[in-house]
Ligand binder design. Sequence first.
Ligand code: CA
Length: 436
Amino acid sequence: MPDDTHDPERRSWVPGADGHADFPIQNLPVGVFAPAGASRRAGIAIGDHVLDLAGLLAGGLLDGDARLAAEAASGETLNGFLALGPSPRRALRARLSALLTRDAAEERRVEPHLHEAGSVTMHMPARVGDYTDFYAGIHHATNVGKQFRPDSPLLPNYKYVPIGYHGRASSVGVSGAAIRRPNGQRKPASETVPSFGPSRNLDYELELGVWIGPGNELGEPIPIGGAARHIAGFCLLNDWSARDIQGWEYQPLGPFLAKSFATTISPWIVTPEALAPFRLAPSARPDGDPEPLPHLLDAADQTAGGLDIELEVLLLTPGLKETNRPAHRLALSSTRHLYWTVAQMVAHHASGGCNLQPGDLLGTGTISAPGPDGFGSLLETTNGGRKPVELPSGETRRFLEDGDEVILRGRARRDGFTPIGFGECRGTILPARPAA
Ligand code: CA
């Protein structure tokens, strides 16, 4: 439930925080940063600044559960912090909100621990033990299914099982890291045998990332009604995808090298507490769809398990840069288009006994809106490359070219509350290594 940390009247003494598109005082996401020449540590985004949590601790500004939470966040990753669960996280949020509010008595003691965001380097917020990618964006699943099965795009399991696959954790990187175009086996329909070389159909996928909190013991499922306490936060996630490699390799076991070369996430973990005002009922299932099986059905989740986050994909090409044009919006979508809630994904994941661990990362799957202005991948936007996108620079794109930069943004807004955002998730394509 929203509390006084969400009060839209609350103002901060930090310059630029009030009215900041992503990080007003009502957000307070946590991440890992390094000041120039210094080691990694936990920080809080506030406006265009990053607040050093270790500095607050050393300065004696945190007590009780807030202190416990900051201590768990000390070190170079936030896995210990993610493991804590909601209560200490909430205490830290309340204390930070008080310290950063205009006219706070501690302002002069807090101020030395602020760094300008432009002067620090953001790092992976946690060590990702396992990464799982779902397929819960129903319009994406339908659009992709249509390319193979025009008459029955969704397979019969889709409305019963939150479909997913185990992704690769080692290649998850943080926004800003360059993406090397992968080499792989490609076999278009026009060729009789595959060849090895650079992917010709490199794509992005617009997804929401989910950070796992405490997790479960091996063999102990997480009941749907208790899933929320295992969700420690959210980020933007780009599941880079090499469609030509994927088309050749994916049967019968699913994606492998087409996905494992890179995944990019935004560096800030937006907490469930910050998103409390932006919960809503999941989108109603169309008439005739089955009710979720009992282990995926929970009254509270059906009332407020959905999320209202606007998601955006932008493309910045070499041609747009050369002609001083801004990044071009390719899609505007929303987490309202998820068929399964995040709690259902967590409960399903653990329902067979698989243990989730603090710092595990889930992707929701590509989140497309119903119409072409909201498609979350080029596979959909260009209809598999057959209908190229035209850009204001005169360039066209079937799929991504070298030098292209993909930018994801996310924003939550609701009448009566201060909008909050996720920051950016960016990645630029580098040419493939020579294919020996
Ligand atoms: Ca995906």
